[in-house]
Write a protein of this length. Structure first.
Length: 367
């Protein structure tokens, strides 16, 4: 599912060929430079092309209590931004390890009405783990709660026991943090690429996950959300979400949200247990510049989906909200390589932050 170009492999210790080893000082994330104004947007949301930092607003009333979170990617080096692997770049290039950048991202996310991040996480004590720890640390005292998008099982040569140990590490190390995302007073975890789990002695992926959960969380004291391309995972997991809601082969796949939601609700009825449907929205997609780069993904045809000045983003929102999701997931805050980011860029300023805030208020029933 997830395209991980060559520079990501440094996270796993597989390559350092394109990583800058010299620390670089960073300018403020958002500059006051004024570019050519953006064309009018069809939506009633003002875009300030290169605005100053969106101020952190006073947290709004919770409305209906529903949460809106965003995928967050913690592995960028400054060297990436000059490699022409992304269709746009941040207003100021940055390293994901910089504490000031992480603080800035949290403030921007809060201003956009987001309640937390799903930080993509590979393994204990690596870069993704250290930066997830920073996200929690710099959220202290704020109404901002984050969790992980668990990816340890797709790390090359990972064993099933390592997957279980990694989950235990997350829950033990971070589960009691005041800024770890909890639902119904339980820590919540997200999982992607479900079929790629090491089988061990299991006959298929679902049985492998069943064995892992029995070992790590036998009393279901945490909430596990699976990438939901197969309803069978609801036999082990507590809910489903969709990571990639559009494809080169299947345009407008986000319109299938009612089907995925029905799987979850049918499982609730059949089991009598609460199941969570997490609806996904995104502002666009463009991973066409990653062709020829190594990655950890099962091959998938690169493609671009025009943002249409925010109209595409609105379409994905309007497709999923009628399914009454328990939570909304934005893909993404800063996935620049796949081109789904809302983080301010050189071509659109803070347009997508403003749209996200509008969608957040609407989803939460806040006037």
């Amino acid at each position: 599912m997830r395209k991980l170009p060559l520079y990501f492999f440094v996270i796993l210790g597989l390559s350092i060929s394109c990583i800058s080893t010299t620390p670089e000082s960073l300018a403020p994330l958002i500059t006051a430079t004024q570019p050519t104004p953006l064309p009018p947007t069809p939506l009633a949301v003002a875009a300030t092309p290169f605005a100053t930092v969106v101020p952190t607003r006073t947290p709004p009333p919770k409305g209906n209590g529903k949460l809106f979170i965003a995928n967050y990617f913690p592995w960028y080096d400054i060297s990436l931004w000059s490699q022409k692997q992304t269709w746009d770049i941040p207003l100021t290039p940055y390293s994901s390890d910089d504490a000031a950048i992480i603080q800035q991202h949290i403030k921007l996310a809060q201003a956009a009405g987001l309640d937390g991040f799903t930080v993509h996480w590979f393994q204990a004590n690596d870069r993704t783990d250290k930066n997830f720890s920073q996200v929690l640390k710099h959220s202290a005292g704020a109404d901002f709660h984050s969790t992980v998008m668990f990816l340890n099982h797709i790390v090359p040569h990972t064993q099933r026991q390592t997957v279980a140990d990694s989950l235990r590490y997350i829950l033990t190390t971070y589960g009691d943090s005041p800024n770890f995302l909890r639902v119904n007073n339980k820590p919540i975890l997200f999982f992607s690429d479900m079929p790629r789990v090491p089988l061990g002695n299991a006959v298929n992926p679902i049985e492998a996950w069943r064995a892992i959960r029995k070992e790590v969380d036998p009393k279901n004291e945490s909430i596990w959300i699976a990438e939901g391309l197969d309803p069978v995972y609801l036999n082990v997991f507590d809910g489903l979400f969709i990571y990639k809601i559009d494809h080169a082969c299947c345009p407008e796949s986000y319109k299938k949200a009612p089907r995925f939601a029905a799987w979850v609700r049918d499982s609730e009825k059949a089991t009598g247990m609460k199941k969570f449907w997490i609806g996904t929205i995104q502002p666009g997609w463009d991973d066409t510049r990653t062709v020829g780069h190594d990655d950890l993904r099962i091959p998938s045809q690169p493609f671009a989906r025009d943002r249409q000045g925010g109209a595409y983003y609105l379409d994905t929102f309007n497709a999923v909200t009628p399914t009454n999701p328990d939570m909304l997931l934005l893909h993404s805050f800063n996935e620049w390589v796949e081109g789904s980011q809302i983080e301010p860029g050189t071509s659109y300023g803070d347009l997508y932050l403003n749209l996200t805030r509008k969608f957040s208020d609407q989803f939460k029933g806040i006037k």
